[in-house]
Design a protein around this ligand. Structure first.
Ligand code: GLU
Length: 384
């Protein structure tokens, strides 16, 4: 009875492991989890207070499907100020970031359309493309190049059916930050071929070396971009499910059609809290990034200390993507680490074929957990 559409995709690899970890923990097994890309910090208290105040004020009803006007305005101002993207409130649709990706795929991809995306890249892009009937076209990236996608390979992959390019900088799972000159080349290619870029910039605030550039900031590129972002990672707000899409007013109108027939609108009091996150004090965001950098350096030292393991220095996000030298498929390795070593990682192949021989560690967890978890990886790898 399951639709053919659904049969084209697996369940999300990241969510599947996280569910398994929860189940093992509930059974009393002591697991160190590096599986979920989720900050362990609590949401900043000013944001929590804003949500509580709004609840007590009775702000508990539907909102406009596009989002409350003050939040659309706050998102536009924040994105303009920080990333130099020429947007206004009418260019913003408030929606959970993953929903934004899903709806953008449904809104712009027709059956048979090709969508170019770097390999490896985050687990759900391919699934969203397939659910829309599109054909994912992977562009291999290399450990030796810090996983930066080569614009020439993107251009070579373009056919008359190419509809979209999906980018994610900083990247999940590699932590790669695409340099400005490469992004400019990709923008020029997209404009020359009239192709949309879905640019997932959810980790834009979490950059340790170099700087984040939004592809939507290049002259002429705004109308070709659907910029996706949200509060989950930079404000430690994963459970609040609040993000946005930024695009031309016409594209936003079209994506909003899907929103109006699906979730209707985002949670009302969460939208009020989001205004506070974006317009209130920003210090907690900076403090979290500082802590992530310290954790990255610790995790890198420990991983590189494991015989046979190599890892490049990710410039952003909160993931390591180490390469191991055992002749074991990454899915099997991750399974063995979880079942025997009691440490959860995500297999590299969850992110595309080029992820074979790698696994992903989310280091958005305490230094104690990082020490303990990587010690378990070291011990288990020695026994394989
Ligand atoms: N984006 C996070 C991750 O990759 C959360 C899980 C998910 O949405 O896939 O771990």
């Amino acid at each position: 009875m399951v639709s053919q559409r659904l049969q084209t995709i697996p369940a999300s690899g990241t969510i599947a492991i996280s569910n398994l970890v929860s189940q093992m923990k509930a059974e009393g097994i002591d697991i160190v989890s590096f599986s979920m890309g989720e900050p362990d910090f609590t949401t900043p208290s000013n944001v929590i207070d804003a949500a509580c105040d709004s609840l007590h004020e009775g702000f508990t009803h539907y909102t406009p499907s596009t989002g409350i006007p003050e939040l659309r305005k706050a998102v536009a101002e924040y994105t303009k100020k920080i990333d130099n993207v020429p947007c206004a409130a009418e260019n913003v649709l408030i929606t959970p970031s993953k929903q934004a990706i899903f709806m953008s795929a449904l809104a712009f991809i027709d059956p048979g359309d090709e969508v170019i995306l770097p390999d490896p890249s985050w687990v759900s892009y391919e699934a969203c493309v397939r659910l829309a009937g599109g054909v994912p076209v992977y562009i291999p990236t290399r450990f030796e190049d810090n996983f930066v996608v080569d614009p020439a390979l993107i251009e070579a992959a373009i056919t008359p059916r190419t509809k979209m390019i999906i980018l994610n900088t900083p990247s999940n799972p590699t932590g790669c930050v695409i340099p400005k000159d490469k992004l400019k080349q990709i923008a020029d290619i997209a404009m020359a071929h009239n192709i949309k870029v879905m640019s997932d910039e959810i980790y834009s605030a979490i950059v340790y070396e170099g700087e984040h550039t939004s592809i939507a900031s290049f002259p002429g590129m705004f109308d070709h971009t659907i910029l996706i972002s949200g509060l989950s990672k930079s404000f430690a707000m994963t459970g609040w499910r609040l993000g946005w899409a930024i695009a031309s007013a016409e594209d936003i109108k079209n994506i909003n059609k899907l929103q109006s027939h699906s979730i209707s609108c985002c949670v009302s009091f969460v939208q009020k809290a989001a205004v506070e996150a974006l317009s209130g004090p920003q210090q907690s965001k900076y403090d979290m990034v500082k802590a992530f950098k310290k954790r990255r350096d610790l995790a890198l030292d420990l991983i590189r200390d494991i015989p046979g393991m190599e890892c490049n220095t990710p410039a952003g996000a909160f993931y390591l993507f180490p390469k191991y030298n055992k002749d074991i498929p990454s899915a099997k390795l991750a399974e063995a680490l979880l079942k025997e070593g009691h440490v959860a990682v995500t297999p590299g192949t969850a992110f595309g074929p080029c992820g074979e021989g790698f696994f992903r560690i989310s280091y958005a967890t305490s230094e104690d957990q990082i020490q303990e978890g990587i010690a378990r990886i070291k011990k288990s790898m020695a026994q394989m």
